[in-house]
Design a protein. Structure first.
Length: 487
């Protein structure tokens, strides 16, 4: 595993720099368009220069807007005739997933639709490469994304608003088949609907039961709070094993801890005001910083994820090798089962409560369409299919992901235990229980969310990767964010 060096820092900061380049250069191609609602006006927060969308995309969206009936429960409109080839950028958990997805679409979607799909995998530099492709006008037509990732593109007019298409083609019953908490978060502050649901992911803890038994710690249950959690991390840190890992330095993870202490990322009443400088928020941030640098009981991501590696790959591998006792991260059951490979007993648990309750990120993993696509009709047909029941069921079977459609949940658990029998003892019920309890949620976005990312990403790395900077530094960072939002 790599250690933290200046090279690591430069590479991790590259995503932020890429967003800045997109802001400056993304409008130079003929296919770039302003972020807009169905009325075609430029959305709040889009500060970069823009040009009109290409004519084909404009006709598709305009037609959908003209035919949409908000809240309509009537039958979906007849499918538009689509053809050609669509490129789909898949953020796969493995090379197998890429191949299996390609084979399934070739066998099922292409004969039904007449649209050929080329599935393309990503790597650790996915965002930087997609940014460059958008600038060059050569980006994939459809790509995987989520709220905390998509705003770097949407704020620059690079993401197609799917709301008119949803209103035109989907029935009320289709929309109600998705989880309400997740569906609402596919709309940005600008009103743009950036994607269709791909899966449900959320923060959980997966932990080594053998190490817990050796330490006499029992099991993580509803009585656990953040104090008991931290104490367990300290007790488990021994013999080359670190007690806990949490991605405190990452934009996609850090924010939900704030709520467990009663803090907020954004002022609930004002999306131009950063709220992570409150005493409650700073206490949440200090919990992680102390465990990393003082107790040495939480792994530093700079020491666990090497140059060019994805945390998605490196952290489960370290867990499977016995180097981490507890990991707080997303729910990827097949990835985790493969990493452990029956070397020890392990299980899932809900993230322990904070002083003000339990919080966990609930993802908006989705299929989005690049606004510069030359074939929006075919791209939309693919996105509808990918978010439909047939593909949702297949995705669960090959990845173990929890489906975003409630109608696809039946048989989900069995498909996991059929693939990996050891998962029968891994407490898979943690996910459906969280759906029932309703605590997972996405973060609230800022008015100029891409600018928020550019400011906060290096601050997180400075505090939680490099070290030596107190959490009070986030007071200064919050002021910078608020100033940028209101400038």
């Amino acid at each position: 595993m790599g250690t933290f060096t200046r090279r690591n820092f430069v590479q991790m900061a590259a995503g932020v720099a890429g967003a800045a380049v997109l802001a400056a250069c993304g409008s130079s191609t003929a296919t770039t368009a302003p972020t807009s609602g169905t009325n075609g006006t430029t959305a709040p927060g889009n500060t970069g220069a823009t040009t009109a969308p290409n004519a084909t995309t404009a006709r598709t969206v305009a037609s959908a807007a003209a035919n949409a009936t908000t809240g309509s429960s009537s039958a979906a409109a007849p499918a538009r005739k689509a053809s050609g080839t669509i490129r789909y950028l898949l953020r796969a958990g493995s090379a197998d997933e890429t191949k299996l997805t390609q084979d399934f679409l070739d066998k099922n979607f292409t004969p039904q639709s007449g649209v050929k799909v080329t599935v393309e995998p990503t790597d650790a530099m996915a965002d930087e490469k997609l940014t460059a492709a958008m600038i060059a006008g050569t980006a994939q037509d459809v790509f995987d994304t989520w709220l905390d990732n998509v705003t770097q593109y949407a704020d620059r007019g690079q993401v197609l608003d799917l709301d008119p298409l949803v209103q035109r083609d989907l029935k009320d019953a289709d929309i109600k088949d998705f989880f309400a908490w997740q569906w609402k978060d596919f709309k940005l502050a600008s009103g743009l609907r950036f994607g269709m649901p791909k899966l449900v992911n959320m923060a959980v803890v997966y932990y080594n039961l053998d190490l817990f038994d050796k330490a006499g710690l029992g099991r993580i249950d509803d009585t656990w709070d953040q104090d008991k959690y931290a104490d367990a991390a300290r007790k488990l840190t021994q013999n080359g094993t670190v007690g806990l890992f949490f991605r405190a330095s990452e934009l996609g993870r850090w924010w939900y801890k704030l709520g467990a202490w009663g803090g907020n990322l954004v002022d609930p009443a004002d999306n131009t005001k950063a709220a992570f400088d409150s005493e409650e928020s700073l206490a949440a941030l200090e919990w992680s910083r102390k465990l990393i640098f003082y107790d040495k009981a939480m792994g530093n991501q700079a020491n666990l994820v090497g140059v060019g590696q994805r945390a998605f790959d490196a952290i489960p591998a370290a867990f499977g090798a016995g180097k981490i006792a507890m990991v707080e991260d997303g729910f990827y059951p097949f990835t985790h089962a493969k990493a452990v490979d029956k070397k020890f007993r392990w299980a899932y648990a809900a993230v322990p409560k904070g002083p003000k309750g339990r919080t966990a990120f609930g993802s908006t993993d989705s299929f989005a369409i690049w606004k510069g696509t030359k074939n929006p009709d075919a791209a939309w047909e693919l996105v509808k299919y990918l978010s439909g029941k047939e593909f949702q069921l297949y995705l669960t079977q090959i990845t173990g992901y929890f489906p975003s459609r409630t109608s696809s949940i039946a048989g989900w658990k069995k498909s996991l235990t059929d693939a990996y029998p050891e998962l029968a003892d891994a407490n898979l019920d943690v996910i459906p229980q969280a759906m029932d309890q309703g605590y997972p949620a996405e973060r609230k976005s800022f008015k100029k969310d891409a600018e928020y990312r550019q400011i906060v990403a290096p601050a997180l790395q400075k505090v939680f990767l490099v070290g030596g900077t107190p959490t009070s530094y986030f007071k200064e960072v919050a002021t910078q964010v608020t100033t940028k939002m209101r400038g």
